[in-house]
Ligand binder design. Sequence first.
Ligand code: B12
Length: 298
Amino acid sequence: MRDELHGRTVLGVSNISFGLPQREIINAAFFTMALQNGLNAAIINPNSEAMMRAYYGSRVLMDQDPQCAGYISAYGGQTAAAGGETAGGVSLSDSIGRGLKERAREAVRELLPERDPLDIINREMIPALDRVGKGFEKGTVFLPQLLMSAEAAKAAFEVIKEQMSRTGQSRQKKGRIILATVKGDIHDIGKNIVKVLLENYDYEVIDLGRDVPPETVAEAAEAYHVPLVGLSALMTTTVPGMEETIALLRKRTPWVKVMVGGAVLTADYAAAIGADRYCRDAMASVNYAESIFAEPRD
Ligand code: B12
């Protein structure tokens, strides 16, 4: 009926519970159902916790609360991270922290004429993501915000990547390297940075992407007969996938050297899972590649 009439609806929701105990329970359930059926405006008591919970929760579930910003600001114990895209003058690290994608792009463009791209990555972008990660761990930052920060970092990184490929000459390639984020893990910002830097140092990178099963890595290493494979894993739950991949590579492509990286890894752990080299950052991967490709190979 509402659709046929193209009308808007307004409803005082509390009459429904008249004469019953704990009226809020019925009111909130009715309010939720009415919202789901397209209610446009409700007359409710905004001081009722049950009604406000129904309101914020329903908006999230009906996709009316972008990035859950309203919900997080009401119940996340903090102000919403999404500050809109108008924030001018916000620093690169703050724009990543607040998930401001457009501003992150602008801020990195402002920094690039004066700063080395790697310095921007290491001193602005990574610490900003680390802060967000810590907040996520502590429960002050929530998944939609983590996603927005990651998007902002990726946008800034795209600008850096363009700049690096403009300034890099296309010279003869020094050799091929395979990169992959291991099975079960979708974090790829770090791997992508490693890729761009290796390409800048004239290596040809075969990027297998993220969430890559051990078999796919081994097949590619075999098919391309690469001397070096780089694996990334960012979670304690996915490091075993890294170990599994290394074990398979040892079996099927014994000539291959394996370098590994990612926030949760340490040099000791990398050695324990059989990697040849732990790389703390992207530059370490270049140094290792330079040493591998300098050696005479069969
Ligand atoms: C951004 C981010 C995300 C983004 C990823 C977007 C993307 N496309 O990558 C999104 C929002 C999708 C995400 C999702 C999740 N995330 Co997350 N995420 C992060 C965060 C904040 C930053 C990671 C990052 O990009 N860092 C910046 C890059 C540049 O650093 P890096 O990866 O370490 O890479 C550098 C070096 O390590 C090294 N390196 C890395 N890889 C390689 C590879 C090689 C070959 C070499 C040589 C070097 C190298 O060089 C890089 C450049 O210097 C971290 C927190 C943190 N401090 O790391 C959490 C974090 C990794 N995430 C975490 C979690 C739990 C998750 C989720 C499970 C959340 C959820 N409940 O759904 C999901 C995982 C989904 C999955 N199956 O993978 C946890 C992992 C905890 C743990 N100990 O296991 C962390 C640590 C946050 C936390 N503190 O709780 N996440």
